[in-house]
Ligand binder design. Structure first.
Ligand SMILES: Cc1ncc(COP(=O)(O)O)c(C=O)c1O
Length: 446
């Protein structure tokens, strides 16, 4: 049963028009939620968005994380407007690049040098190329369940759909899209999160061909599954012993879970880090940053890096202001405290109904599970029951709360989530949980 309190007639009509010109009616496949449930946004402000039918939602997707201060933040937008006066892009440098790089280096101790990119994908692609150029090797390690963007080398995953956990064999490594050259497969090594023995074995067998290990210590696209600190320290140690580089992908965690990123919470120093989302509150900018000796491989005759739009004056001005706020105000504490309160509120609702659940990740980006422990790695997620979540998410949309319909995407907090967002969210969750329980009971009876 759907709670069905929303009118989507304008979004539905827009979809019918859009699909004639835009594949699936959208500009990113993940924005398509079905012919009659794909919504088109009119505007966003603070912790809320409004669709073209006039429905208002408290938003915990936040564009997959960027709106760290909230949509249309007046302080960042004013800075971006000033950035427009600079004149766009020149295929030349401006002085603000150094200001932003200095701020990043102040906030994240592993950063000596910085290069800007436009998106997370571009930054991670550059980081991997840099590692290969620096080491002269081509192989690389990815952790199962990670997501590093839409470029061919990163688009390999463990095939859980066709895997029988009782078979005693590992899942296959498959590309997660058609169009990925099969020849790349020989370069990628996928390893389960939090399995030290497997990681040691992998390096023992392949260490001399591995350029880098890429890891998201909180998996931003897989339930916020989190690496144990010992696992990341082991990765650091194995990279050192085998002459490989450690790349920490902080595209989602950077300037969100702490000023110094997830690496500062774990106390590990990667050779290279990548940042994007929270850097500029939604303006397109990203960065690859790290240890001086490695970063200086970006040079003529070394690793190529650049691009027409890198360090665009508007995004750079937004990053300058956004990072200043994140560095000099308690914004991150505020949004993490909201996340803590929200988790406590959800827990109370679920406990009252005797529904077993747990949370993963960090208060600023957390996953919700209907099991007593969150999964420790991607294979465990396959074994968990996510039907309750999948149903509840659709009810939440109808009731004015946006979360990702796929249970693998965490909920993101922003500084602008306020008491009214909080109250509306808990009211909606309580109703959505009851609707979901009715659905499940109905299915059992049928
Ligand atoms: C950890 C991580 N790396 C890379 C990317 C790719 O970033 P973008 O979508 O900006 O290309 C993402 C996107 O969600 C991400 O979560």
């Amino acid at each position: 049963m759907l709670s069905n309190v929303r009118n989507l007639s304008k979004s539905n009509a827009q979809f019918q028009r859009a699909v004639k010109r835009l594949p699936l009616g959208v500009s990113s496949t993940f924005r398509y939620w079905g012919d009659d449930r794909t919504i088109y946004v009119e505007s966003g402000k603070g912790g809320r968005i409004r669709d073209i039918d006039g429905n208002s939602y408290v938003d915990y997707r936040l564009g997959y994380g960027p709106a760290i201060l909230g949509y249309a933040d007046d302080r960042v937008d004013a800075a971006a407007r000033k950035g427009m006066e600079v004149g766009g892009v020149f295929a030349l440098s401006t002085t603000r690049e150094l200001d932003v790089a200095d701020r990043m280096a102040k906030m994240v101790p592993s950063i000596d040098l910085v290069r800007f990119s436009n998106s997370g994908t571009e930054a991670v692609m550059a980081a991997l190329r840099l590692a290969r150029a620096h080491t002269g090797r081509e192989g690389y390690v990815l952790v199962e369940g990670s997501y590093h963007g839409l470029f061919d080398a990163a688009m390999w995953m463990t095939d859980l759909a066709d895997w029988d956990p009782k078979s005693g064999r590992d899942p296959d490594t498959v590309p997660y899209s058609r169009g990925i050259p099969a020849g790349l497969k020989s370069l990628v090594h996928l390893t389960p999160m939090n399995d030290p023995q497997r990681l040691e074995d992998l390096f023992k067998a392949n260490g001399d061909t591995i350029a880098a290990m890429l890891i998201e210590p909180i998996q931003g696209n897989t339930c916020a599954i989190s690496a144990k600190a010992e696992f990341v320290h082991l990765a650091r140690d194995l990279c050192d012993r085998h002459g490989a580089l450690l790349i920490i992908d902080e595209v989602k965690t950077g300037f969100r879970v702490a000023k110094g990123g997830v690496q500062s919470l774990i106390g590990v120093r990667p050779d290279i880090s990548t940042f994007a989302k929270a850097m500029a509150n939604g303006y397109p900018i990203a960065a690859v940053a790290g240890r001086e000796e490695v970063m200086r491989t970006f040079r003529y005759g070394g690793a190529a890096h650049g691009g027409t739009y890198t360090a665009h004056a508007v995004s750079l001005a937004a990053a300058d202001k956004c990072l200043e706020i994140l560095d000099e105000t308690p914004a991150l504490e505020t949004l993490a405290a909201y996340g803590e309160r929200l988790k406590a509120g959800i827990k109370a609702i679920l406990d009252r109904r005797g529904i077993v659940h747990s949370f993963s990740g960090h208060s600023s980006m957390f996953g919700l599970f209907f099991a007593d422990q969150p999964p420790d790695n991607y294979r465990d997620w396959k074994l968990s029951d996510y039907t309750f979540y999948d149903k509840m998410a659709l009810h939440l949309h109808d009731l004015g709360v946006i979360v990702e319909p796929d249970s693998r995407e965490p909920w993101f907090m922003c500084e602008a989530h306020d008491q009214s967002c909080f109250d509306d969210t808990l009211k909606a969750i309580e109703a959505a949980v009851d609707f979901t329980l009715e659905d499940m009971a109905g299915e059992k009876r049928a």
